[in-house]
Design a protein around this ligand. Structure first.
Ligand code: CTP
Length: 400
């Protein structure tokens, strides 16, 4: 964790004293730590302790958090590589879920560009309250991570679920978010396709589809975080290249197929998340077709099926994952696609469900292997879906 930037948020629970141990452990591992405390947290543990343990002023106020500090002009939200709220009360979870920004901690979480982990600690009735549970579910669907709470002795004198997860578990979650966890993907070559392709009719018109590329980019980002060497072969999208990923930009299905062939050698995982056009005009007209010539008679021909070529190649990666976007008979059609294209996994999504498929930030999918459905994932952020897909990929790599 040497030099990694961790923001530790502390809210007002009796478990706040345990945050001291977390901050100390992070410092011992070489991390740079910034502590943000709510007013309630400061009633449980003093800022002097956390300043000493973190080696920095503790940020508490919205205005002038670091008046004489090197971070004066850099917001904590942009600066942290990971943020953990430990302990997280029912109150802070509710406020974040509602988008409320009424102090420095809630504002920082709302603006955070990095992964945010919540480590809840509260009375068991508060944890079990359906309002808290629905807030947690909402945040999980949006891609926030939760560690704990655990069952154990609570300050209220009962032994139930509500205890802050142990420091080891919190450290493991931070390591995972920083991509330090040793995973089966570490050091392996992964090729991912993403986005739509464009098949040109003439100089200014093309056939395409509404794919945003978000699912493929989320997979590339997550795989890179797990230490994989990722090549992302991307059709035209409006997305930024994920950190640590080699991106090869292409436009047409033919270019995508050529780029995949070029990068396939030595790769152990291939994920076809691109919405490759299935047909292209047999001939691209020269220049721009004039309207006065009347509607063009388009003659279409099939494009190469990239993933089927990969799965049939002499350089076939150990794990080949395809996507199936269906509007009917989801499971049956997806399994049929897996067999026909000789895939190891198919991620099937039902285009008719709201919050699923093209352009959306969320997805609801079924992960299918040769034996049928393996995992069903309810509507969740594409980052979370990507993590779940990669967990299954790692299991398959582990079986080999
Ligand atoms: N795919 C591909 N090359 C193509 C078309 C599709 O690599 N020319 C990949 C996609 O990236 C996806 C999977 O194949 O992983 C499923 O694509 P889909 O278009 O749904 O499959 P089809 O075989 O074309 O079946 P359908 O009749 O449902 O369109």
């Amino acid at each position: 964790m040497q030099g990694r930037r961790v923001v530790v948020g502390i809210s007002g629970s009796i478990a706040a004293y345990k945050a001291c141990e977390l901050v100390s452990r992070l410092r011992q591992r070489g991390a740079q730590v910034w502590v943000v405390m709510t007013a309630a947290a400061r009633r449980f543990v003093g800022t002097a302790t956390l300043r000493a343990l973190s080696g920095r002023n503790v940020a508490c106020e919205m205005f002038g958090a670091y008046p004489h500090h090197e971070l004066e002009h850099i917001s904590l939200a942009e600066f942290g590589e990971v943020m953990i709220v430990a302990p997280a009360t029912a109150n802070i979870i509710a406020k974040v879920a509602a988008g409320i920004c009424d102090d420095l901690l809630t504002t920082t979480i709302n603006a955070a560009a990095c992964p945010v982990i919540f480590a809840p600690a509260m009375n068991w009735r508060m944890w079990n309250n359906p309002i808290t549970q629905s807030n947690v579910k909402k945040l999980q669907e949006l891609g926030y991570e939760f560690v704990g709470p655990e069952e154990g002795w609570l300050a209220c004198g009962e032994s139930r679920a509500g205890r802050l997860a142990g420091t080891e578990k919190l450290m493991a979650a931070i390591e995972k978010a920083l991509g330090l966890e040793k995973t089966k993907l570490a050091g392996r070559r992964v090729v991912i396709t993403a986005g739509p392709t464009r098949e040109w009719i003439d100089a200014v018109r093309f056939i395409s589809n509404p794919s945003s590329g978000k699912m493929g980019y989320a997979l590339a980002e997550q795989a890179a975080r797990r230490g994989a060497e990722v090549t992302l072969i991307s059709g035209p999208t409006a997305l930024q290249a994920p950190a640590g990923v080699q991106v090869v930009y292409v436009e047409t299905a033919a270019q995508m197929a050529a780029a995949v062939q070029e990068h396939l050698l030595g790769s152990e995982v291939f994920i076809g998340a691109a919405a490759v056009a299935d047909w292209r005009p047999r001939r691209q007209a020269e220049g721009k077709l004039k309207k006065t010539q009347g509607p063009p008679q388009l003659q279409l021909e099939p494009t190469d099926d990239i993933i089927a070529q990969v799965a049939g190649s002499a350089y076939r990666p150990s794990v080949v994952v395809g996507f199936a976007a269906e509007t009917e008979n989801l499971e049956h059609n997806a399994l049929e696609k897996l067999r026909r294209k000789n895939l190891d996994l198919v991620v099937a999504n039902d285009l008719t469900r709201p919050g699923s498929g093209f352009g959306s930030d969320t997805n609801a999918v079924m992960i299918i292997d040769r034996n049928g459905p393996r995992k069903r994932l309810d509507t969740a952020a594409k980052a979370r879906i990507a993590a779940e897909i990669l967990d299954v990929v790692e299991q398959l790599l582990g079986d080999q």
